[in-house]
Design a protein around this ligand. Sequence first.
Ligand SMILES: C[S@@+](CC[C@H](N)C(=O)[O-])C[C@H]1O[C@@H](n2cnc3c(N)ncnc32)[C@H](O)[C@@H]1O
Length: 239
Amino acid sequence: MGRRMSEAFDAFMELYSGLPREGPGTVDSLLNVLEIADVPPLGRVLDAACGSGADTETLTRALPNAEIIGVDKQQAFITAAKARGLNADFQVGDMLWVDGEFDLIWCAGAVYFFGIETALEAWRSHLRPNGKVAFSEVVWRGQPTPKAEAFWLDAYPQMATQNALTARIEACGFKVLSAEPLGRAGWEGYYAALCKNIARLQGQSAVMDNVIAETQAEIDLFKSDFGCYDYVVYLAEPL
Ligand SMILES: C[S@@+](CC[C@H](N)C(=O)[O-])C[C@H]1O[C@@H](n2cnc3c(N)ncnc32)[C@H](O)[C@@H]1O
């Protein structure tokens, strides 16, 4: 990594440090998935790209006797996750190169790094009989406004409509068991905490201000144009 890129990355990690979670999400949306997923009480669950462990915490509360593993590639997030003091095993690692088999692989806000096809292909052989995958992914849920289209075309050009993503999951040989939009509250909670970091760090350096500007553009878009896009929380099982 060049010095400039490394400075930008450090600023990014500082902006995202100390947050309750690192992407949109809610406790209830994960509990809804667990209700349908039917994970055995002594089952094995992976929180892939767990960040600082917000959803791992929900998993440990909902499944107190299960074996819960959280994996993230950033040491700083794993350190923060471990500090939660949960009955979970946290490891620095790659969300696609996982060990063993699971009754549920959960992945909030990180499938987009690889695309759904690559993620499902990697996870399929790590599912126990009756095992399932669940993940949240940002999709178009209505006619994009011009501002939203311009933003997401730049930030995530592969972003699909909800129906197109469902078709792609099915084309991978998975049956979609549920697909629930996250809704406004799941973004608001995440952005509220992020805005506190922005207020604290703004003006610290030119590099930090650049990183903040990108994040602020996303938050501004949410305030003006949310609705035509949302995260959808999918639960699917191999056919
Ligand atoms: C938007 S954050 C979501 C974090 C967490 N799931 C949450 O919802 O709070 C995306 C996470 O993916 C992690 N990540 C990105 N690529 C990864 C990879 N190849 N393996 C493991 N983690 C990865 C990042 O470090 C970051 O913690």
